[in-house]
Ligand binder design. Sequence first.
Ligand SMILES: Cc1cc2nc3c(=O)[nH]c(=O)nc-3n(C[C@H](O)[C@H](O)[C@H](O)COP(=O)(O)OP(=O)(O)OC[C@H]3O[C@@H](n4cnc5c(N)ncnc54)[C@H](O)[C@@H]3O)c2cc1C
Length: 385
Amino acid sequence: MDVDDETRSELTAAVRRFVEREVLPVASELEHADAYPGALVEQMKAMGLFGITVPVEHGGLGLDLLAYVGVIEELAAGWMSLTGIVNTHTIAVGLLAAHGTEAQRAEWLPRLATGEVRGCLSLSEPDAGSDTRALTCRAERDGDEYVITGTKTWVTNGERAGLVALAARTPEGISCFMVAKDPGPSSGGITVSRNIGKLGYKGLETVEMRYEAHRVPSTAVLGGEAGLGRGLPFILGALEVGRINIAARAVGVARAAFEAAIRYAQQRETFGKPIARHQAIQQKLADMGTKLEAARLLTRHAAELRQRGERADVEAGMAKLFASETAFELATESMRIHGGVGYTTDLPIERYYRDAPLMLIGEGTNEIQRMVIARGLLRRHALDG
Ligand SMILES: Cc1cc2nc3c(=O)[nH]c(=O)nc-3n(C[C@H](O)[C@H](O)[C@H](O)COP(=O)(O)OP(=O)(O)OC[C@H]3O[C@@H](n4cnc5c(N)ncnc54)[C@H](O)[C@@H]3O)c2cc1C
């Protein structure tokens, strides 16, 4: 085991202990109440989980994507919402680390690393989800400032965030602005106009945000003047990490559903024997275990490629597609194996069942993933001439 492997395993083990001791005892209660897990978030800050991928010189743990993926799987196996609190934050970190000017990195990364400032990503709009090029939020130059006007939606962590990575139209095309704000329902010209109710993924806010002539300094353009018009490729590149994150989350939820099923199948008896000894249940467990393993391997492979700086659009898409479909299927199969109790609020199976579908939709729907994968494969296997 090299040093990196050892550091990753130590971090994963520490997060697993945190989940067992602190998350599992409270997750269902908080989730059913749709309550923000403030105490858990403070512990996650103390563990450095908001700065896993932030370089050490900026105060982070300086670890790689593989370490991040390991942490996300553990958190999601406990309560998927905790990964949502870290994910768009980590995308904002990735945007700054890859494309920020030195001044932008120095200004934001140390405070993002500790979680003192929480980051979020604001790409989607009411009429621009899959079709990102349809976005209409605009930023107009006025001297040393930009004036931002528009409505953004589906902003996860939007209210509590102190920094928004925002996609807005400028004359050069779509640009990414790093917008500072005060956490809370309003800040300058920004208003949280709606808190969106959700099937699952509870405890953290997903909001609509209105920008009414909100002013930011011109230095807020990610990458400075050179970044003008390059926001969409910046964000779509960062979303590759987002997709690997969704895949890791899905692996975590799938694992929790599988482990609950394989435990229960050995305890519950029908017709004089544990249900695990009925062949129909064994067939289910075999398929579930195989898909879980395949999902994890696809996810780690995509993380390794991306970490090495290789193109990973196809692999990240494949991991996200397969792992999310697996989580959705395993949550349902686990519920079937649990019979009636799987449908009650006494067990977390119903939560996995409500959380899993988000992974089919978030960070690009699975229909869009298939388009990305097919395009990438056709490019790689193009016939000459
Ligand atoms: C809980 C939650 C949290 C989110 N958090 C964030 C966030 O923090 N930041 C952010 O920017 N966004 C966020 N999103 C937005 C998310 O990325 C979008 O919902 C997603 O990209 C889909 O966009 P849409 O909802 O507008 O669906 P649409 O684009 O309207 O799609 C509707 C349906 O049509 C299909 N479709 C669309 N185009 C095609 C096509 N060309 N070919 C075939 N099928 C197609 C889709 O797959 C889908 O089935 C979040 C969403 C949810 C539900």
